[in-house]
Design a binder for this molecule. Structure first.
Ligand code: AMP
Ligand code: MG
Length: 459
C-alpha cells in the first residue's frame, strides 16, 4: 500500500519507527485540537502523544504516517507522551482487524517495544505501576478530527478555521470543488454520511468504541483512536467496556448512533462562521438519522439474510427482545442463524449462541420467531442465503479476552501471539476450524477480568 519494504530488525527503519531517528527531509509534527469529552467542552487537547512523520506516496495513494507513544509533543500538557504495550497491542490488532472486516478505519503499520517502562495507574485507584512501553505506527490519509475544527472555532480564529477546511477539502474531498459556503455544506454532508455508515458498521459488528469524544471522530469517517473499546459478547444494548463511563453509559452500544449525531452537531457549530448561516448545516443534521437508518437497515438485512422493509418491524423487534432475554452471543447468534434448517429442529442450530440455556417459554418464542423468519426467507436458495449472511457476520472478532491473552504473553516476553492472531483476523468471515477456541463465546473467567470486560482510558 505504501510501497515501503519491511525494515530489517536493526536498520535505520526501525529507529524511525521507534521515534529515535529523523531522516533528512522529514519534519515531524503534532496537531493541535480541542474536543468535547463526555459532553463537556474540554478546551485545547491536541496530539499529546501522536507525531506525524509526513506523507508517503505509494501505489495506493498518499498516506500520513504517525507514531503514537513516541514521547512528549507540544501538546502533551503534563503527560508523558508515551503509551503502554497493552493498549498499543490493542490498537495494532483491532485497527487491522477492522480493516479486514470491511470497516472504515485508520490502520497500523508497526508496533515497536521501546524497552522503557511507563508508569500508569490502570484503574485510577492509587495503584500506579511500571508497564512496558510501546509505539504504534498508524497510517491514514489524514488524522484530522472534528476537534481540529472545534478549537479554532472556539477561539474565533476564522482565517485559521478556513485554511484548515480548505486544506482538508482540497486534499481529501477534491471532488466537492472550490472552497465556498456551498462547498463547506457539501463537505459537512459528506462527513455526516460517512459517519453514519461507519457507525452502522460498528453497530452491526457489536463494536463499542468506548470514548466517542469529538476529538476521537475522524473527518474521513474512519474508526480512530482505539482505547477502551470492546465487543458485545452477550447482547446487551447498554454495554460499555469503559469503566470510566460505566455509571453514565454515555458511550454504550445503543447510544453510538445518537452520540455521533451530537458530535456532528458540534462540528456543525464550528462551521457556522464559514457558511454564514446555520440553516443549511441544520438541514444536513436532519438528514443524518435518514442516512443512519438506511445504513443500519442495509447491514441488518445482510445479517439476517432478508431485504428488510417496514413490514418486518415486528420480526426485528421480537428478535431484539429475544436476544436480550437470555445472555446470547451477538456474533455467534447470527453465524448460527445461517445454519438454521428449513424444517425440523430450528432452535437446535442456535445452541452455541447461549451463555446459559433459555427457559422452556423462551425456547417456544425462539422457535416461533425462527419459523416466522424461515417463512420470510422462504423464496431464497438456502446456500445463497448462507453466503450472504456469512459475508456480513464474522466468524471471528478480536474479542477483548482473546487480545488480553496475547497481551499477557507479550508482557511475559513472548510477542509471537500478536502476528499469529492477526493472521487469523485477516480472514474474519471464513470459518477456520483450527482456531475455534478463540472464536467462541467469552469464557467465564473473562466476565469481569481487567482488560477483558473492564477497561479504562489509561493507556
Ligand atoms: P485519548 O483518550 O487517548 O483519545 O486522549 C485524549 C487526549 O489526551 C489526546 O489529545 C491525547 O493526545 C492526549 N493524551 C493521552 N495520553 C497521553 C499521554 N500519555 N501523554 C500526552 N498526551 C496524552
Ligand atoms: Mg484520542
Amino acid at each position: 500500500m505504501l510501497g515501503v519494504a519491511r525494515p530489517s530488525a536493526t536498520g535505520p527503519g526501525v529507529n524511525v519507527l521507534a521515534g529515535n531517528l529523523v531522516p533528512d527531509g522529514m519534519r515531524p509534527f503534532a496537531a493541535c485540537y480541542g474536543g468535547h469529552q463526555f459532553g463537556s467542552w474540554a478546551g485545547q487537547l491536541g496530539d499529546g502523544r501522536a507525531m506525524g512523520l509526513g506523507d508517503v506516496e505509494g501505489p495506493a495513494g498518499r498516506f500520513e504516517v504517525q507514531l503514537k507513544g513516541a514521547g512528549p509533543t507540544a501538546y502533551s500538557r503534563r503527560a508523558d507522551g508515551r503509551a503502554v504495550l497493552r493498549s498499543s497491542i490493542r490498537e495494532f490488532i483491532c485497527s487491522e482487524a477492522m480493516f479486514h472486516l470491511g470497516v472504515p478505519t485508520t490502520r497500523a503499520l508497526a508496533l515497536v517495544a521501546t524497552g522503557e517502562p511507563v508508569v500508569r495507574d490502570m484503574f485510577y485507584d492509587g495503584n500506579a505501576r511500571e508497564e512496558p512501553g510501546a509505539i504504534v505506527t498508524r497510517v491514514a490519509p489524514t488524522f484530522v478530527r472534528f476537534g481540529n475544527f472545534e478549537l479554532p472555532a472556539s477561539r474565533r480564529e476564522v482565517p485559521l478555521l478556513k485554511a484548515l477546511a480548505d486544506h482538508v477539502i482540497a486534499e481529501h474531498f477534491a471532488e466537492l470543488g472550490e472552497p465556498g459556503p456551498d462547498t463547506y455544506v457539501a463537505w459537512f454532508a459528506e462527513v455526516s454520511r460517512r459517519t453514519a455508515v461507519m457507525i452502522a458498521h460498528w453497530m452491526a459488528l457489536g463494536f463499542v468504541h468506548g470514548v466517542m469524544n469529538t476529538d476521537n471522530l475522524s473527518v474521513l469517517g474512519l474508526t480512530i483512536d482505539y482505547g477502551p473499546y470492546g465487543w458485545l459478547d452477550a447482547f446487551n444494548p447498554d454495554f460499555t467496556p469503559n469503566t470510566t463511563d460505566s455509571r453514565e453509559g454515555r458511550y454504550r452500544w445503543r447510544a453510538q448512533p445518537s452520540v455521533a449525531h451530537w458530535n456532528l452537531s458540534r462540528l456543525a457549530s464550528s462551521l457556522v462562521s464559514l457558511v454564514g448561516d446555520p440553516a443549511p448545516l441544520n438541514a444536513v443534521l436532519d438528514q443524518y438519522p435518514v442516512w443512519y437508518a438506511a445504513a443500519w437497515r442495509a447491514r441488518l438485512s445482510d445479517k439476517v439474510g432478508i431485504d428488510l422493509g417496514d413490514h418486518d418491524d415486528d420480526l426485528i423487534t421480537e428478535l431484539f427482545t429475544l436476544l436480550a432475554s437470555v445472555e446470547t452471543d451477538w456474533s455467534i447468534f447470527f453465524r448460527s442463524l445461517a445454519e438454521v434448517p428449513r424444517d425440523g429442529d430450528r432452535f437446535g442450530a442456535l445452541a452455541e449462541a447461549f451463555y446459559s440455556p433459555p427457559s422452556e417459554e423462551l425456547r417456544r418464542r425462539w422457535s416461533a420467531w425462527l419459523a416466522a423468519w424461515s417463512v420470510r426467507t422462504g423464496g431464497v436458495d438456502i446456500e445463497a442465503r448462507r453466503r450472504r449472511m456469512n459475508a456480513a457476520n464474522p466468524w471471528i472478532l478480536p474479542r477483548n479476552w482473546v487480545v488480553q491473552e496475547v497481551i499477557d504473553r507479550a508482557e511475559a516476553g513472548d510477542a509471537s501471539g500478536i502476528e499469529a492472531l492477526l493472521d487469523v483476523l485477516r480472514r474474519p468471515y471464513d470459518a477456520q476450524p483450527a482456531h475455534v477456541r478463540i472464536a467462541g463465546r467469552r469464557p467465564e473467567w473473562a466476565r469481569n477480568k481487567a482488560g477483558c470486560s473492564a477497561l479504562s482510558c489509561s493507556s
